[in-house]
Design a protein around this ligand. Structure first.
Ligand code: NDP
Length: 234
C-alpha cells in the first residue's frame, strides 16, 4: 500500500460502500484522494472521517457536468471507476428506463470519466486505471440480466482501453468482486433464500464487508480493496 503515498487518485462512487472504504484506505496510506460522488451529505461524512480527502459532487449521469467537474484537476496518477448501480428485475419486467440508467452509469459514465482524465496521464506518460467490474460479468445471476450485461461491457472496454493506452505506459485493469455487503449488496443478498446458495459457492462461505477496512488486522481487510490498491501501485 505504501506505493500509493504521494500519488493523486480519483475514485468515483466515493460516497458509500466500496468507494468510500477505498478512499479512506488510500488516504490513510498517504495518497491524495479526489472523491467523486452524487450525494453531498455522503461526501461530507467521508471528509469528516478524513479531512484531507477532496470531494467532487456531481451526478455521473450528466455527461457535460461530469466533464466540467473534472477539468480543473490537473494531476492524476490513478483512476478508480467504481461508481455503479444495480437495478435488478426478471427479464420480462425490465424497463427501457432501467436499461438506460444502468448502461448510463455503469458503462457510459465510465468512458466519460476515463476520456476526461486520460490526457493528463498521457502527458505524464504514466497512470493506472482500475475499473470495478463484478463476478456478474462472468457468471449468470438470477434477475441480474441488465447488470450482468453492463459488467460484461466493463470487462470488454477495459481490454480495449488497456491495448490502446498501454503504449502511453498507462495500465488498465478490472477487479471483479463477488458480493460485498454494501447498500448495493444488502439490497439483494441479505435475503437468505438468495444469499445462502451463493455463499455455498464461495470458498470462504461468506460475503465481504467494508467496515474494518481501516483496521490494522489484515485478515479483515476486504480482499477487493486490496486488489484495487495493488493494481494502483507501481
Ligand atoms: P453502493 O451502492 O454501496 O455505492 C455506490 C456509490 O456510487 C455511492 O456512493 C453512489 O452515490 C455512487 N453513485 C451511484 N450513482 C452515481 C451517479 N449517478 N453519480 C455519482 N455517483 C454515483 O455500491 P457498492 O459500493 O456496492 O458498489 C461499488 C461498485 O462495485 C459498483 O460498480 C458495483 O457494481 C461493484 N460491485 C459491487 C458488488 C457488491 O456486492 N456490493 C459486487 C461486485 C461489484 P450515493 O452516495 O448518492 O448513493
Amino acid at each position: 500500500m505504501s506505493c500509493v503515498a504521494g500519488k493523486t487518485i480519483l475514485v468515483t462512487g466515493a460516497g458509500q460502500g466500496i468507494g468510500k472504504a477505498l478512499c479512506l484506505k488510500l488516504a490513510d496510506n498517504g495518497a491524495t484522494v479526489i472523491a467523486l460522488s452524487r450525494t453531498q451529505n455522503h461526501l461530507d461524512e467521508l471528509v469528516h472521517e478524513n479531512c484531507n480527502i477532496l470531494p467532487v459532487q456531481v451526478d455521473l449521469s450528466n455527461w457535460q457536468e461530469t466533464k466540467q467537474a473534472l477539468t480543473c484537476i490537473n494531476n492524476i496518477d490513478g483512476l478508480v471507476n467504481n461508481a455503479g448501480i444495480a437495478l435488478n428485475a426478471p427479464l420480462l419486467q425490465i424497463t427501457e428506463e432501467q436499461i438506460d440508467r444502468s448502461f448510463n452509469i455503469n458503462v457510459k459514465a465510465l468512458i466519460n470519466v476515463t476520456q476526461t482524465v486520460v490526457p493528463k496521464m498521457i502527458e505524464k506518460k504514466q497512470g493506472s486505471i482500475v475499473n470495478v467490474s463484478s463476478q456478474a460479468s462472468l457468471a449468470g445471476l438470477a434477475e441480474h440480466t441488465v447488470y450482468c450485461g453492463t459488467k460484461a461491457a466493463v470487462d470488454g472496454l477495459t481490454r480495449a482501453m488497456a491495448l490502446e493506452l498501454g503504449e502511453h505506459n498507462i495500465r488498465v485493469n478490472t477487479v471483479n468482486p463477488t458480493v460485498v455487503m454494501t447498500a448495493m449488496g444488502k439490497q439483494v443478498w441479505s435475503n437468505p433464500a438468495k444469499g445462502n446458495p451463493l455463499k455455498e459457492k464461495i470458498p470462504l462461505h461468506r460475503f465481504a464487508g467494508t467496515n474494518s477496512v481501516r483496521s490494522s488486522d489484515h485478515a479483515d481487510f476486504t480482499e477487493e480493496i486490496k486488489f484495487v490498491c495493488f493494481s494502483l501501485e507501481k
